[in-house]
Design a protein around this ligand. Structure first.
Ligand code: KIV
Ligand code: ZN
Length: 387
């Protein structure tokens, strides 16, 4: 089956940085941008240049150091925004302006107090202004997730005719179910006459925990770009998590997609973003959480120690994570206990382990996790009474 490339558009430095308390300075943004380029992302959304002098400076500085990836700046459908973004991107090898406007009736009425017709006019005008300044223009149809599909198709057709190279279909409020988001993308593929002239992009928020599922549904139905962030950070409940979509595409080869991402760099960059933004990663987070490769129940540990594939679908080394962990708790079994003793250099026989296991369970009931230091005490006491 031919493999389709999925472009990875990273917005950690723009949508991700909108998280309260996660503001970064220019040097921190440059460091993350360079690591994103090493990771293999295709597009780095570096900021929203008109929003502040600091953001302008960051987009400009990132444009100067990034050599392979496209560098993108966000704008509203406002001439001044677009001109300022173009100025910030002046040094980029591959600049992209990301402009757009509300597409749902909710946004058209409450945010813009205008009509669908006026939105079409503003969208076309903004796209043309941007295309006169850079060759690569992405148009976002904000709140596309709740927009009427027929109007959305008209908007997409209009901006492609005006020169958009990428059309972004954001589920801004994270409202869609995966089949609904997929149907929306399929509707555009089937009802926009010039859709072959642009790439469709998914930009899904995680308000209902569906951002990753919706993005995958989007590419299955014809989108070829996913907008995402490291660790899934972003407004409110966050954006689609880069590491999740990349590993879904990698693990499910039968989907027929690939990305340029070097998966071994996923955990290192997750740590970098988490440390720099002082934003901890939840321990059970897929791919990059501290427990993503930890086994603690006896049944799982026994299977894992016999053959890792029983309970792991990803080798932690393939995503740059520490080796799998066998955590000892009151739910652990004898094989896990024997394994951990072995790691400390103790070779106990079956009878020893049976005896040690009884004592271990008493200790485990008093603690969240039994550590190496506890095991050393257990081992030394056992050797003393059995010697
Ligand atoms: O969520 C959204 O709609 C956005 C746009 C600005 C692309 O972040
Ligand atoms: Zn967003």
């Amino acid at each position: 089956m031919p493999q389709n490339k999925i472009y990875i558009f990273d917005t950690t430095l723009r949508d991700g940085e909108q998280v309260p308390g996660c503001k970064l300075n220019t040097d921190e943004k440059i460091e993350i941008a360079l690591q994103l380029e090493e990771l293999g992302v295709d597009i780095i959304e570096a900021g929203f240049p008109i929003s502040s002098p600091g953001d302008f400076a960051s987009v400009e500085a990132i444009s100067k150091v990034i050599k392979n990836a496209t560098v993108c700046g966000l704008t509203r459908s406002v001439q001044k925004d677009i001109e300022v973004a173009a100025a910030a991107l002046k040094h980029a090898v591959k600049p992209r302006i990301h402009t757009g406007i509300g597409a749902s009736d909710i946004h058209i009425k409450y945010k813009f107090n205008t009509t669908r017709e006026a939105i079409l006019e503003r969208a076309a005008a903004a796209t043309k202004i941007a295309r006169n300044l850079v060759p690569d223009v992405e148009f976002f149809c904000e709140d596309a997730g709740r927009a009427d599909n027929a109007f959305l198709a008209k908007l997409v057709e209009t901006v492609i005719a005006a020169g958009a190279t990428v059309v972004n279909i954001p589920d801004t409020t994270g409202y869609c179910l995966p089949h609904q988001y997929g149907e929306k993308i399929a509707y555009l593929v089937n009802n926009v006459s010039n859709i072959d002239k642009a790439i469709i992009s998914c930009h899904c928020h995680n308000d209902l925990g569906l951002a990753t599922a919706n993005s995958i549904s989007g590419i299955i139905n014809g989108a070829r770009q996913i907008e995402c962030t490291i660790n899934g950070i972003g407004e409110r409940a966050g954006n689609t998590s880069l590491e999740e979509v990349v590993m879904i595409i990698k693990q499910h080869e039968a989907l027929g997609f690939y990305t340029n991402i070097n998966a071994k760099k996923l955990n290192p960059i997750s740590h970098l973003v988490s440390d720099t933004m002082r934003m901890p990663v939840q321990p059970n987070k897929a791919i990059v959480g501290a427990n993503a490769f930890a086994h603690s129940s006896g049944i799982h540990q026994d299977g894992f120690l016999k053959e890792a594939i029983t309970y792991e679908i990803i080798n932690p080394e393939d995503v740059g994570a520490d080796l799998s962990k066998i955590v000892l708790t009151a739910r652990s079994g004898r094989s896990a206990l024997a394994y951990r003793f072995q790691k400390l250099g103790y070779e106990f026989n079956r009878n020893d382990i049976d005896a040690l296991y009884e004592v271990f369970l008493h200790v485990a009931d008093t603690k969240k996790e039994v550590e190496d230091a506890d095991l050393e005490v257990l081992a030394k006491n056992h050797i003393a009474v059995t010697a």
